[in-house]
Design a protein around this ligand. Structure first.
Ligand SMILES: Nc1ncnc2c1ncn2[C@@H]1O[C@H](COP(=O)(O)OP(=O)(O)OP(=O)(O)O)[C@@H](O)[C@H]1O
Length: 987
């Protein structure tokens, strides 16, 4: 026995005193438990010391703090079981190397995400060589892996470099080819890439496999080909090109058939739901909020379904031309995500329908309640129940109808409602009421107000396909009468109405093209009461967690209410922010955001989503004093803050803006409000847009408006060329400015005014979905954006970039550094929020235009609710603008700068397809001959057509050889006489 013990103690080298190993093991275990508690558990379980330890570890070690408890656990277990810690030394060392390398990498990518300790080391590296610093952690990671896998040090790196060398050698071989071989080679490579892309889409296709195999074989043998073989290969390549084209066309045809089967029916809005509940009942006010909400949800569903339909139509269009693999890929992936999102949308439609069915009977019921003298008591009780649990009460209509039936026989004269409503006690014992009245003398209910058709608009009689959900047609009269926006303009338009068709001179659009400002009836008393109840709940939760703080005030914003919490002296802010999830649970909301401290105050802000949002319409936003009195050079409406202030930004000062957020969070609406803000301020002579919209749905409605210097670019492949053209135009502006000694656009234009020469307009370049461009041609796009972002400000050119993919490969550090103003909409993670704002917070936003806006000069991002502009409103404004004509000196002189460069590097691209069957073509030629010069603006005026169509007519006349090419600011020459016209157009 003694022998056995001896030999055992020999084989297991115990590092500690044999008697104490269990104690040491338990101590380590306790340390691990303490660390786990501090790091993983909410702060109320850890106390002051725990919170300090957690803060210390997290601040200094970043995310690696989560791994810390693992080490004492592992060592504790080993000691307890009397095992030698040496047995795990290799994995432990490897894990430490890997952790440190990971921390270094994350600090280089996202400063301080890996904690302050390593931050001191990585900061100088990051500053001097930026992402180049990733080499260091890369070496560390390979070392860690080598230790773990028992490989000799640096062996992985050596293998990697061997691989690279082989590739480079291969590349060197291709450079040895002569120029003819190279040409052949590059053709072959292009076809190979197209084939590979198609193989990716159709991996089972045998024909593609065979073609690809043949091509690859030929590629290898090119250097040994005789001249005859080369000729043969060229022929084969052209055959394969045709075969590939046929293949893609056939696939496009198959997909189109499927696209045509896709159906997304629009739900119907019951007309009862359009009528507001105008009853002086507390419960009716709550129900009215629900009705508005249902309308809003309906509008959202409609919007989503319309978008899907539009995208499907756009897909069909894409596949109708010459189809390449990237078209197929784009359409297939959009189709896939559309089908997925239809699954969700159809569920949402069904849920909405169910809610409507539950709600509709209440509308008649409330009318009956209002008509009854005793109804006010019922109303007060109903309001109480609704405030307590809205959804549950909504489902109990049967019970309430029965209660009303019991009131039959009461005198049916409506009482003085307001008085009673104020005097009724909310905790009345409803069950004690006697409902058995005799001699019923029912009085007809208050007639429900019938909807009044929206006022005729002076400029467009188009029905609004997507009215603002909260719009009440009956309010049109009141709101328009009380609309403070430019009353003279409105009156002038009434005196001298614009014709509804035909060309009109360029003027700023009038506010009456927008939907009327809705009159949202929200009872402040009820809202304040609800806010006070929530403040009590917050106080209660804070004291349950023994946090010494209390709510001192609140401010109700359009989307969230900010409760101002004052901590007692010595109380840590981190304790309150650590409770955000518990507070959200206590308040029964999805999430709350803590702003610590509120700028300018010594309190902590707790932002809690409102049960009912206050809609901010674009009309109301531009009618605000903030917009009408704005001295900004390029004023853009941003939204309303929690304090009720309307924020109007100045794009000229930003000087470029980045908008990012997850899908459906409100980016497109924001981009629209931004564009329309500028359209309301500037004529096309003063401001021009370049719009790039690879998604093909968001900006295409603006096609044809005179402010566009070229049609909206929808093909990502063209976008890089257009951006290059825009950079070239910026350089041209610099030259023009230096010739007259101007430092910026304002100085240049002032000089031009003095000598009576035309001024240069501001330019705003909008890219809606940067990700699509960055994927197609990342280098070209990034470098053009960089050049514009760094230099364009002085020339009056400004960028607006929008993306739904806030990842570091899209929002590269170069782009972020040069685009300092940011709008973040709701995102799914704090990591995304950091990528956009370099700060967390956007993950707590509630969607639907709820945003954080930041620009240099602000202490921290401001939370705003963006204004809503409906599709119908944008359509009306665009239709109005499309009819405008003006002397387009700028477009005729410099329009081709923005045409982009075609793929072969040749000349500028044409602005969309030419339609030689345009019935106005001959008339356009006659006008030019008659006037002895070719001018787009003259065509616009004389033919009463929009700028885009006149421009196309002129392009066609140029292509036919009737007018000369454009020559700077001079009108085009006429190259034929009227006697030659029959040659072109027949007798
Ligand atoms: N400012 C706003 N006020 C009220 N509702 C809004 C606002 N902005 C957006 N919404 C609602 O959110 C929906 C989605 O908005 P939007 O289409 O702008 O999202 P998105 O981020 O552009 O999505 P996607 O990237 O999929 O196009 C809209 O249909 C609208 O109902």
């Amino acid at each position: 026995m003694t022998k056995r013990i001896k030999s055992a103690s020999k084989s297991k080298k115990v590092p500690v005193n044999p008697g104490n190993h269990e104690v040491y093991g338990l101590v380590l275990f306790a340390v691990a438990l303490f660390c786990m508690l501090c790091i993983y558990a909410p702060s109320q379980y850890t106390g002051g010391l725990g919170t300090s330890v957690r803060d210390y570890l997290k601040d200094n070690l970043g995310w690696a703090a989560y791994a810390i408890p693992l080490y004492p656990i592992v060592y504790g277990v080993l000691l307890f079981m009397e095992k030698s810690p040496k047995s795990i030394s290799r994995p432990v060392i490897a894990s430490v190397i890997l952790l440190i390398s990971g921390l270094l990498a994350s600090n280089i990518i996202d400063p301080l995400s890996g904690g302050q300790w390593l931050g001191y080391l990585t900061e100088p590296i990051r500053k001097s060589i930026s992402w180049g610093g990733l080499l260091l952690p890369l070496i560390g990671l390979t070392l860690g892996a080598e230790v773990l896998l028992l490989l000799p040090p640096f062996s992985l790196l050596i293998v990697f470099f061997r691989l690279v060398t082989t590739q480079v050698m291969g590349l060197a071989q291709t450079t040895e080819l002569n120029s003819q071989q190279r040409k052949l080679y590059s053709k072959l490579r292009a076809q190979e890439q197209e084939l590979e892309a198609l193989m990716g889409l159709y991996p089972t296709s045998q024909e593609l496999k065979v073609w690809l195999g043949t091509l690859r074989k030929a590629k290898v043998n090119i250097p040994d080909f005789t001249p005859e073989e080369k000729l043969q290969l060229e022929e084969e390549l052209s055959n394969t090109h045709d075969l590939l084209q046929d293949f893609s066309t056939k696939k496009a045809h198959d997909i189109t058939e499927k696209l045509q089967e896709e159906e997304y029916p629009l739900p119907e809005l019951p007309h009862e739901l359009e009528r507001p509940l105008r009853l002086e009942l507390q419960s009716a006010q709550l129900m009215e909020g629900h009705r508005t909400q249902l309308n809003r949800e309906y509008a959202e569903l409609l919007n989503t379904i319309r978008k899907m339909n539009r995208e499907r139509d756009q897909n069909v269009k894409t596949l109708s031309g010459q189809v390449k693999s990237h078209h197929l890929r784009q359409v297939l992936s959009q189709q896939e995500s559309r089908l997925l999102s239809w699954k969700q949308t159809s569920k949402a439609v069904a849920a909405w329908q169910l809610q409507v069915d539950i709600f509709l009977p209440w509308m008649d019921f409330l009318v009956e309640v209002a008509a009854h003298a005793q109804g006010l008591v019922l109303d007060s009780e109903l309001a109480k129940k609704l405030t307590q649990n809205f959804k549950k009460t909504l489902r109990e209509i049967g019970w309430w109808q029965k209660s009303l039936e019991n009131l039959q026989g009461s005198p049916a004269v409506p009482a003085a409602r307001n008085e009673v409503a104020e005097n009724v006690e909310f905790d009345l014992d409803f069950s004690s009421l006697d409902f058995t009245f005799e001699d019923p003398t029912p009085v007809p209910a208050d007639p429900m107000p019938a909807p009044v058709p929206t006022q005729n608009r002076s400029a467009s009689a188009l029905p609004d396909p997507d009215p603002a959900p909260w719009l009440d047609p009956e309010e049109t009269k009141d709101t328009e009468a009380s609309n403070p926006l430019e009353p003279e303009q409105t009156r002038a338009s009434l005196r001298d109405p614009q014709p509804t068709v035909g060309a009109i001179p360029a003027t700023r659009p009038e506010p009456d093209l927008l939907d009327p400002i809705p009159n949202t009836h929200q009872d402040r008393r009820i809202l304040d009461q609800m806010a006070r109840e929530r403040a009590d709940l917050i106080n209660q939760t804070l004291s349950e967690f023994k946090v010494q703080a209390r709510v001192t005030d609140f401010a109700r914003g359009p989307t969230v209410t900010r409760y101002e919490i004052e901590p007692a002296p010595g109380e840590k802010i981190s304790r309150i922010s650590g409770l955000s999830n518990d507070l959200a649970r206590a308040l029964a909301v999805g999430g709350v955001r803590v702003e610590a401290p509120v700028p300018g105050k010594s309190v902590i802000g707790l932002e809690v989503p409102n049960a009912e949002r206050e809609p901010i319409t674009f009309h109301a936003a531009i009618a605000s004093k903030a917009f009408s009195d704005s001295k900004a050079k390029l004023p853009i409406v941003l939204g309303k803050s929690i304090d009720g202030e309307m924020y109007v930004g100045d794009l000229a000062r930003m000087p470029h803006l980045l908008i990012a957020g997850s899908t459906g969070s409100g980016k497109s609406v924001c981009v629209n409000t931004l564009i329309v803000s500028l359209l309301y301020r500037y004529l096309p002579q003063e401001l021009r847009f370049v719009m790039i919209d690879p998604k093909m749905v968001e900006l295409t409605p603006y096609d044809g408006i005179p402010h566009l210097i070229r049609p909206v670019v929808t093909n990502p492949a063209d976008a890089a060329g257009v951006l290059l053209g825009t950079v070239a135009h910026m350089e041209r502006r610099y030259k023009m400015m230096s010739q007259v000694g101007a430092k910026n656009l304002e100085q240049y234009n002032a000089k031009m005014r003095q000598i009576g020469d035309p001024e240069l307009p501001y330019m705003v370049i909008i890219i809606d979905e940067l990700a699509d461009l960055m994927i197609t041609s990342p280098k070209e796009v990034e470098s053009s954006i960089m050049r514009l972002a760094q230099m364009a400000r002085a020339t009056g050119m400004h960028l607006v970039l929008a993306t739904q993919r806030p990842s570091v490969d899209i929002l590269t550090s170069l782009i972020k550094v040069n685009v300092p103003a940011r709008i973040a909409f709701a995102v799914s993670s704090s990591h995304d929020s950091r990528t956009i704002l370099d700060n967390t917070g956007a993950e707590r936003l509630t969607g639907q235009g709820d945003m954080l806006f930041y620009q240099p000069g602000l202490v921290k991002p401001v939370r705003l609710q963006g204004p809503y502009i409906s599709e119908g409103e944008t359509v009306r404004i665009n239709d109005y603008l499309r009819r405008q004509f003006f002397e387009d000196w700028f477009g005729e002189s410099y329009g081709t700068d923005f045409d982009g460069v075609d793929e072969a590097g040749g000349g500028p691209k044409a602005n969309g397809p030419m339609d030689f069957s345009d019935p106005l073509l001959r008339q356009a030629a006659e006008i030019c001959i008659e006037e002895g010069q070719g001018s787009v603006s003259r065509l616009q005026r004389r033919l009463s057509v929009g700028h885009a169509r006149a421009g196309k007519l002129m392009d066609m006349l140029e292509a036919m050889g009737i007018v000369s090419k454009h020559q700077g600011s001079k009108p085009r020459d006429i190259l034929i006489s009227s006697a030659d016209l029959p040659e072109f157009f027949g007798k």
